[in-house]
Design a protein around this ligand. Structure first.
Ligand SMILES: [Zn+2]
Length: 205
C-alpha cells in the first residue's frame, strides 16, 4: 500500500502517528502487519491559508479612511476562529478577539495594503438572508431566513410557525435589536473578505 505513495512529498500520518515524510514512515513500519490508516498532508489547507494570512499585512503604512459608506461584508471562516499558533493574527492585531460573525455590517476606519480596520455590528439588511450570519452555513428553514441566523447559532427553535405575520415581524425585530448589540471593531485581512456589498441607501449619521 505504501508503494502507491512513492514520491509523495508532504507529511504523512499513519495509524495516528505523524511522520515528516513517507520514507520515515516506511522505515518505522518495517515488518508491520495489519491495517493501515493513512492521512496525507493533514492540516495543510489550514496552514496554507494561515501562512497567506500571516504575510504581507504589515508592509504598508496605515491610512485613515474618511467618510466611509456602510458596507455589508462576509469573511472567510478563519477570521472567526480564535488565535492559535498557526493563526496568531487576532493576537497581534485584535487583542485576541476574533470576529463574532461571518456576515456583518459597518464602516471602514483605516487600511493598509493588506488589511482594513472596520467598525462592525450585526444587522439584518434584507427581508430574506440565505446564509447564517454567524457561521455562513446555508439556511434552509424559511423562518430562519427571516432571522438571518440558523437555529444552532441563534440558540432557538424556528420549527414552530408563527401564528400571524405580525408575530413573525415582531420576533424578527427582536432579533434585529439583539444583533445590533453584537459589535466588533478590528483589523480584517483583505483577502479574507469574501463578499463586500456597499449599502447604497445608507448614510453616515
Ligand atoms: Zn450558523
Amino acid at each position: 500500500m505504501l508503494n502507491l505513495l512513492e514520491g509523495y512529498k508532504g507529511s504523512v500520518e499513519i495509524n495516528g502517528n505523524a511522520y515528516s515524510d513517507l520514507k520515515a514512515a516506511v522505515q518505522s513500519l518495517k515488518g508491520f502487519e495489519g491495517e493501515l490508516t493513512i492521512v496525507l498532508n493533514k492540516g495543510a489547507k489550514i496552514k496554507e491559508s494561515a501562512s497567506v494570512a500571516n504575510t504581507n499585512y504589515t508592509e504598508n503604512k496605515v491610512q485613515e479612511i474618511q467618510g466611509s459608506p456602510i458596507y455589508k461584508i462576509k469573511v472567510r471562516q478563519y477570521m472567526t476562529k480564535p488565535a492559535s499558533p498557526e493563526f496568531d493574527f487576532h493576537n497581534k492585531w485584535n487583542n485576541g478577539s476574533p470576529m463574532p460573525m461571518r456576515i456583518m455590517v459597518g464602516r471602514k476606519l483605516k487600511e493598509t495594503q493588506g488589511m482594513v480596520q472596520m467598525e462592525l455590528w450585526g444587522e439584518i439588511t434584507e427581508e430574506v438572508t440565505h446564509s447564517c450570519m454567524k457561521c455562513g452555513k446555508r439556511l434552509t428553514n424559511p423562518v430562519s431566513k427571516f432571522f438571518g441566523i440558523g437555529p444552532e447559532c441563534g440558540g432557538h427553535n424556528y420549527t414552530n410557525p408563527f401564528e400571524t405575520e405580525e408575530e413573525l415581524k415582531g420576533a424578527v425585530n427582536d432579533m434585529q435589536e439583539q444583533l445590533k448589540e453584537i459589535k466588533w471593531t478590528g483589523w480584517i485581512i483583505k483577502s479574507a473578505i469574501e463578499e463586500e456589498v456597499y449599502l447604497e441607501d445608507r448614510r453616515l449619521d
